[in-house]
Design a protein around this ligand. Structure first.
Ligand SMILES: Nc1ncnc2c1ncn2[C@@H]1O[C@H](COP(=O)(O)OP(=O)(O)O)[C@@H](O)[C@H]1O
Ligand SMILES: O=P(O)(O)OC[C@H](O)CO
Length: 503
């Protein structure tokens, strides 16, 4: 029998489930993608149906494999990467979720977080977890669910119900309930994980009222998690790579040296800078996170998270119906030299780093009678690049040195207009690689390292290839003006929604 030819990467994102088959050269062989339903049951709430996440993921596995012309026997390993922080709680016996998955964008725990901040808990939480008391992270969502679902806490204490982020849920489904595990990168997004010890933290579990018995085992990001159960696509194939999607993208971008950074332009924007085995504490409102854990050793990253980026493009297309496609928006935005003074702050789900204001809401300012559709399109792309520029400025302050280059990926990095705006604002080169599906590629690399397909990271770094390099074109005084206007507009967006005790 011939050796397996492929690695199968599962990329479970916020709006779609994807499966991509890669060959030994790290080239895509085939892919399949399925969107799934977003539920907004109340203002500020965002939910997913965990069963729909599973069925779409399973279907894309089947489709990608069929399109590759191979079977399970051709697949050496599976890598999983996923939207992070989103919480699933399910019954160990039936495998049924006890409630809809609470998505990372969900703001229902804003008041809880504000209360904990008022109680002076944030600095201790940051010291242990590297994160902030923001509804973004899993811990406050789990605390909420344990308080709101009758009898859940008792079941959690006895291990009858289990909790997990999306990686854990998929591993559970793929192994037919045999494995309840996560990797250190996903665990580091929960507010329950101790960045120094590399395990769940008792003090945080007590703060959020989370019983240890419901949590998964924390493992390396590369190594065997289990095998796919009989009757499923890729049955018998080992799962040997798991990482949160932004961590996988950092890996897929071969950012292996401290100081190397990538920005992923998807639904949100996530800028991560590798800091090696050193844990850098941000003085500028960024997060400290586990980049990955390999051979029991954690490496860390600084992260800036922007909640709404490509989602603002979708809002223009789906809600305002000003364009028919993202490509058209990008083209219109590129047809004008600037937004003619219009500034959009897409704080639809509050503001993430470096502002951390869950009560901020979207705002559009600077409109005149001359503002046209192309200007609004341009304002959308500007808003993505300006939010990222704020993150980069914070990161450069923490690092003490300017970025050498910014490696970019994600769906919206396809927009040359956006990448040019980013390079104008940044000053350092913005480099787009040949393979922009770096999230899935990173998961494939982690899985491949786990089965000895690639010898080491050096081999992966050599495979990374730049495609397009964007450098600054616009005069600096214009850019300074834009940044000043942006800072003013952000102030207008902040603290718009009232917390319930203000109402
Ligand atoms: N040419 C483009 N110009 C601007 N935005 C784009 C373009 N193509 C895709 N996008 C945006 O990128 C996002 C999809 O990127 P993707 O990496 O698939 O996101 P995610 O993994 O978060 O679901 C969408 O929000 C879409 O609006
Ligand atoms: O699914 P994406 O690509 O929007 O990524 C979501 C992030 O992991 C949220 O932290």
């Amino acid at each position: 029998m011939s050796d397996p030819r492929f690695i199968l990467a599962l990329d479970q994102g916020t709006t779609s489930s994807r499966s991509i088959v890669f060959d030994r050269a790290g080239q895509q062989v085939s892919a399949a993608q399925q969107e799934f339903t977003q539920h907004y049951p109340r203002p500020g709430w965002v939910e997913h149906d965990a069963n729909e996440i599973w069925t779409t993921q399973r279907q894309t596995m089947e489709d990608a494999l069929a399109r590759s012309g191979g079977t399970a026997k051709d697949v050496a390993a599976i890598g999983i990467t996923n939207q992070r922080e989103t919480l699933v709680v399910w019954d160990r016996g039936s495998g049924e979720p006890v409630a809809p998955a609470i998505v990372w964008q969900d703001r229902r725990t804003s008041d809880d977080c504000a209360r904990w901040v008022e109680q002076g808990l944030e600095s201790r939480v940051t010291e242990i977890t590297g994160l902030r008391l923001d509804p973004y992270f899993t811990g406050s969502k789990l605390a909420w669910l344990l308080r709101h679902v009758n009898g859940l806490k008792t079941k959690a204490e006895s291990g009858q119900v289990l909790a997990g982020t999306i990686d854990t849920w998929l591993i559970w489904k793929l192994t037919d309930g045999a494995v309840h595990a996560t990797d250190a990168s996903n665990a580091s997004r929960t507010l329950l994980f101790n960045l120094s010890t590399g395990d769940w933290d008792q003090e945080m579990l007590e703060l959020f009222g989370v019983p240890h018995a419901m949590l998964p085992e924390v493992r390396d990001s590369s190594g065997e998690f289990g095998r796919v159960a009989d009757g499923l696509p890729a049955a018998g194939v080992p799962i040997t790579g798991v990482a949160g999607d932004q961590h996988a993208a950092l890996f897929g971008q071969a950012c292996f040296e401290p100081g190397m950074a990538k920005n992923t332009y998807g639904t949100g924007c996530f800028l991560l800078m590798q800091t090696g085995t050193e844990m850098v504490r941000s003085q500028n409102n960024l997060l400290t996170t586990v980049a990955w854990r390999l051979n029991g050793r954690m490496e860390y990253a600084l992260e800036g998270s922007v909640f709404v980026a490509g989602a603002a493009v979708q809002w223009m297309r789906d809600e305002l119906k000003l364009v028919e496609s993202a490509e058209q928006l990008s083209e219109l935005a590129g047809s004008v030299p600037d937004a003619n003074g219009a500034i959009l702050v897409p704080a639809f789900a509050g503001l993430g780093a470096p502002h951390w204001d869950p009560y901020a809401r979207g705002t559009l300012v600077g409109l005149t009678r001359g503002t046209n559709r192309a200007h609004l399109c341009r304002a959308v792309l500007d808003s993505i690049a300006l939010q990222s520029a704020d993150l980069i400025a914070a990161m450069e302050k923490d690092a003490g040195v300017p970025l050498q280059e910014l490696r970019v990926d994600g769906g919206a990095s396809r927009s040359a207009a956006l990448m040019q705006i980013q390079a104008d604002l940044l000053g350092s080169p913005v480099v787009r690689p040949v393979e922009v599906e770096t999230t899935a590629l990173g998961a494939a690399y982690l899985a491949g390292l786990g089965v000895g397909w690639w010898s080491d990271r050096g081999e992966i770094a050599r495979a990374w290839k730049a495609d397009t390099k964007f450098t600054r074109q616009r005069p600096i005084d214009e850019l300074d003006r834009l940044r000043r206007d942006w800072a003013k507009a952000v102030e207008r967006a902040k603290h718009w929604e009232e917390s319930s005790h203000e109402k």
